[in-house]
Ligand binder design. Structure first.
Ligand code: GBH
Length: 488
């Protein structure tokens, strides 16, 4: 047996999760159906000028009604897990100030049962950028301490109704992105800008993103504490958080730039992971932000330490980083104080870090996957899941379906990032799953429907789903790595 294992070419254990990922606002539609309350994105997308093509998630890809077909599509591809998010406002239309929406509970019960019936492990995010509008109205959502009570109530509701079947919980999807885009650049709801960022009509305090993040961290801790004390022993699941994790490569060998690359990571990702895992904000944040950084009370700290069972990693892209403390920087991504004075750029000596794509933040640099996973292993030494990785292309309504399905670049992107992941695993990183973003084309936030991330194409007139080349490639990959191995 040992011989067989050592000669086995697949590094993935038989319980490795291969899946696809989605989120409620981007997929479900049915934004007013069956008692769902409005959330921040429903309200935001209905304001003129917020979404590039003027669209919204009112219908999205109608996953709410077509989930069975979608689960069958997953079964066809051969994934053994599905990462999706629950819509807070579908379950609690008015947060803790109203009733549980029975129809919302029923929907997720049907979805969970359909998945389990086909042997697909549910991997559930509690909030993927969405929050009931009621909580924004009542007390300013993440800017208030009160949000902890609401998040705890919501997560408790989900643990109670679904925890007998959900073995993987994620509290937050990319809270770094949600706080930066919601409270610093203002391109996501609640459209608040701080300092010199964005072009909101009002400038808010530079501290707002820090306060929102602090309340996210405390809300995470409250939910984890509740799960551990009341549910985990009987339900036997695990709970984690998902961070957007870019790889930041020092632009030169100078010590200044190397330290800047570290700072970029601290101000972006470790901002949340350090408090949750190590019980304190990164030292660089203390040094640079001083008294602007919120403080954890002794009571908070008790709940904080080791507040995770796994880290979820959404990894897509890499940037070079240049120091802005010892040398002057032009203004740009990362260059300001609240970003750690570490300029992020895709260029070095006129050469791009990776092939550019239709998205100005997405460069194809598969080595970044190996590096970020190795970095996380060294810093936190915890189990990890790659909760998102994928490739976006501009949708072209004039191109033939044949063209639309021939997504060679997506296939190559996924295949090269998986190779890099294998290298990190061989070097000892504890990675337990990988999810492609996404099963289907869907509502790509401020880009509306102009960008496609799907393994399967969606025809927005008929909502018909068709597997692309990348879906067939993923099917084959999973077969070779999991099924054929089990049969051998
Ligand atoms: C993920 O975010 C999301 O979790 C998912 O919902 C989304 O559909 C998917 O990726 C594909 O985009 O960086 O200044 O240009 C990925 C990270 C961070 C990318 C915010 C877009 C917009 C502002 N995202 N970013 S900027």
């Amino acid at each position: 047996r040992a011989l067989k294992e050592s000669s086995d070419s697949s590094p993935f254990p038989s319980n490795f999760l291969f899946g696809t990922a989605s989120s409620s606002y981007q997929f479900e539609g049915a934004f007013l159906s069956d008692g769902k309350g409005l959330n921040n994105w429903d309200v935001f997308t209905h304001k003129p000028g917020t979404i590039m093509d003027g669209t919204n998630g009112d219908i999205a890809v109608d996953h709410y009604h077509r989930y069975l077909e979608d689960v069958d599509l997953m079964k066809y591809i051969g994934v053994n897990s599905y990462r999706f998010s629950m819509s807070w406002a579908r379950i609690l239309p008015k947060g803790r100030f109203g009733k549980v929406n029975k129809a919302g509970i029923d929907y997720y019960n049907r979805l969970l049962d359909a998945l389990l019936h086909r042997g697909i492990e549910p991997f559930v995010t509690l909030t993927h950028y969405d929050i009931p509008h009621e909580l924004e109205e009542r007390y300013g959502a993440w800017l208030s301490h009160e949000i902890q009570e609401d998040f705890k109530y919501y997560s408790g509701t989900c643990f109670k109704y679904f925890g007998n079947r959900v073995k993987y919980w994620i509290t937050f999807n990319e809270p770094n992105v949600a706080t930066i885009c919601g409270y610093r650049t203002g391109i996501y709801p609640p459209s608040r800008c701080s300092g010199s960022f964005g072009n909101c009509s009002y400038g808010n305090s530079e501290r707002e993103p820090l306060i929102a993040a602090h309340n996210v961290i405390l809300s995470h801790a409250a939910a984890v504490d509740l799960y551990r004390t009341k549910y985990q022993i009987s339900q036997g699941g695990r709970i984690g958080i998902v961070m957007n994790a870019a790889w930041f490569e020092s632009i030169s060998d100078s010590l200044e730039d190397k330290l800047a690359a570290e700072r970029a990571q601290s101000f972006y990702m470790n901002w949340f992971l350090d408090p949750i895992i190590l019980g304190k904000y990164p030292a660089e944040m203390h040094e640079i932000l001083g008294d602007d950084l919120p403080v954890f009370s002794r009571y908070d700290l008790q709940k904080l330490k080791n507040g995770l069972d796994f880290i979820g990693v959404n990894h897509y892209t890499s940037f070079y980083v240049k120091d802005c403390i010892f040398s002057a920087c032009e203004p740009g991504r990362g260059a300001s104080k609240i970003e750690g004075f570490a300029l992020q750029t895709p260029h070095r000596d006129g050469v791009l870090i990776g092939e550019p794509t239709a998205l100005d933040w997405l460069y194809v640099h598969p080595q970044g996957m190996e590096k970020i996973v190795t970095y996380l292993k060294l810093r936190y030494n915890m189990p990890m899941f790659i909760t998102e990785n994928g490739f976006g292309e501009r949708s072209n309504p004039n191109s033939s379906i044949k063209n639309e399905l021939n997504d060679v670049k997506r296939k190559e992107y996924i295949s090269s990032y998986l190779d890099a992941l294998v290298t990190a695993v061989r070097k000892g990183a504890d990675v337990r799953g990988y999810f492609v973003w996404s099963l289907l084309d869907n509502f790509e936030w401020t880009q509306g429907y102009t960008i496609c991330f799907g393994l399967c194409h969606v025809d927005y007139a008929s909502l018909e789903r068709t597997p692309r080349l990348s879906a067939m490639w993923y099917k084959q990959f999973i077969y070779e790595n999991m099924v054929s191995k089990a049969l051998a």
